[in-house]
Write a protein that binds this ligand. Sequence first.
Ligand code: OOG
Ligand code: MG
Length: 262
Amino acid sequence: MSLTQEQILALAEHLENAELAPHDVKKVTDDYPDMDFHDAYAVQEAIRARKEARGTRIVGMKMGLTSRAKMQQMGVDTPVYGFLADYFERPDSGEIKVSELIHPKVEAEIAFVTKKALRGPGCHVGAVLAATDFVIPAVEIIDSRYENFRFDLVSVVADNASSSRFVTGTTMGDPAQLDLRNMGMVLEKNGQIMELGAGAAVLGHPATSIAMLANMLAERGQEIPAGSLILSGAVTAAIPVEAGDSIVMRAQGLGSVSMRFV
Ligand code: OOG
Ligand code: MG
């Protein structure tokens, strides 16, 4: 740790303000080059605490930078996590206002819903599959608060891993019946296929990402509660969207998820 408690709280306020009154800011490591992951997750937790103090519910978690495509796109090599607040969710086939966002991008993901708590260290894929109630298809809308969507890992962790909105489908899949590794996923913008991939793009199997989350949370003495929604990370690179764009994500055997940006 290199930051004081006052600096952590000030950075949390600064980054949350950039989310709530949408505007971009310089990445936090420009001013605090000695910040480490512990500082960054402490800032993220302080943002979470600010929201909870206002009555916002935390509905789940997200893993990010879990696929080669995303790591290459962002120039980093380590997965990170963030939290999902209740107001991030938008309904399937609904509208998303770009005026509430800075420079949104969309990602195709598989979401897990847990029926049992998951706790590391030593959380493994078998424990994740046993604790999974069902999986549903999801589109995450990420919106880095940093200028030009450019950051390093420490900065993106402090910024809650660029979390901003998410939409899930409603076709529930049983991970015991689905081949999540080979599940094809197609991301379309305005009727055109932009990206496609398979579940294996996420750390070989998306359940691996959930196990990694439990193990990373354990380092901070935390667990994944039962009933959490967890985004396992984008299968493909993220694609930018603007007002007027329609997005459809089709996940093999799990139907589709769609939204319109207005
Ligand atoms: C960080 C968040 C990445 C994913 O699914 O890989 C992410 C970013 O790229 O802004 O959510
Ligand atoms: Mg994501």
